[in-house]
Design a protein. Structure first.
Length: 356
């Protein structure tokens, strides 16, 4: 759910969002239209999550966000935030509504140089101030970090920072070329492999913070060793992950496609919840989504050509589109190389080193 496109007071240099400086706001009819089917689904799916993301949710304001959340019943609300606007009043709001919190921060100050304010100043101080408020109120949180320089020599420092920060889970995103972030990542693959290996070693030394990516790699390895040749996630169905934009448009699988248009695919949407029920959009996605057929062709090509398909499951739509000049049927992307292949090689490299 995208309560607003605006992301204040930050203007991160790697951000993919096209309207982050524009105050588009989700209106209550959109939330109600989504809540109708979601409430029914949540009755049979324990822990059903509604994630507020895709802009800075706190920029919508507490009163407006409360109105958008009000129609939902029996769901777990979570919010991904830059934490810059988090104060005591926001902490009270978070606790009152039992909202799960994810914070975006890239590590210690010298690793946060791409996270800047709208005025171009370093944003670390205001982010950390919000995190300190969460900690003072006893609010647990996860963290997501964007790594623009996967330096294996700093992996230990990187991990220790998040261990000291107090988050329970860390997601590590190597910077991607997508959306309005058009600069290609020129990473040396062997260096990225060493980064993941060093990060895995740092995690294993203390296991204070769960690393999302390392856990996925270990889960896959465990499945293979248990005799499941493909292992997750390739053996599982793709999660449609419907993203509801501020205006009710629905984008599937890749939230990063929201707000973009293409001469072949149009606006990448499957439809709009104000005119068609969300359940219908999901059931009829194959007929309603212009790019899906080409995307599945790309997934099939990955399955036929890539030895890492069992782990990766095929490149994501946004990475294919933005890295392959508007095509969805290309195969390997830079994202695949650094966030999937190098990850699995790095974790297994650490395991081999450890077993000697």
């Amino acid at each position: 759910m995208q309560p607003t496109t605006q992301c204040v007071p930050l203007d991160c240099t790697y951000c993919y969002l096209p309207f982050r400086k524009t105050r588009h706001m989700m209106q209550l009819p959109v939330a109600k239209a989504v809540a109708d089917p979601v409430n029914e689904w949540a009755r049979s799916v324990p822990g059903f999550e509604v994630v507020w993301h895709g802009g800075e949710p706190t920029a919508a304001g507490r009163d407006h966000l409360a109105k958008l959340m009000a129609p939902f019943r029996g769901v777990k609300h979570t919010m991904q935030t830059n934490a810059a606007l988090i104060d005591d009043a926001w902490c009270d709001f978070i606790q009152q509504h039992d909202i799960g919190i994810g914070v975006s921060i890239d590590g210690p100050p010298h690793m946060n140089r791409h996270r800047v304010t709208e005025a171009g100043h370093p944003a670390y101080r205001v982010i950390r101030r919000g995190i300190d408020r969460l900690t003072a109120h006893g609010i647990p949180f996860s963290a997501i970090a964007v790594v623009s320089d996967p330096d294996p020599g700093r992996a230990g420092e990187f991990y220790d920072f998040f261990a000291d920060l107090g988050c329970h889970t860390l997601g590590v995103n190597i910077e991607e070329q997508e959306g309005v972030n058009t600069r290609p990542g020129s990473y040396d693959k062997s260096r990225v492999v060493e980064f993941w290996a060093a990060l895995t070693a740092a995690w294993e030394a203390s296991r204070v913070v769960r690393i999302r990516e390392v856990s996925r790699a270990l889960q896959f390895a465990g499945a293979v060793l248990a005799g499941h040749q493909d292992g997750p996630p390739a053996s599982q169905l793709w999660d449609p992950l419907p993203t509801i934009a501020y205006d009710g448009n629905v984008v599937l699988i890749s939230p990063e496609l929201a707000g973009f248009t293409d001469h072949r695919f149009g606006d990448f949407t499957t439809g709009n919840v104000l005119t068609t029920p969300l359940g219908t959009l999901l059931k009829e996605a194959g007929q309603r989504t212009a790019w899906l057929h080409e995307f599945w062709q790309g997934v099939d090509a990955c399955r036929a050509s890539c030895g890492f398909f069992g782990f990766c499951g095929g490149a994501h739509p946004a990475n294919r589109y933005f890295e392959h000049a508007g095509r969805m049927d290309g195969t390997q992307t830079r994202y695949c190389t650094v966030a999937k292949i190098a990850l699995l090689e790095g974790v297994t490299q650490h395991a081999r080193t450890r077993s000697r």
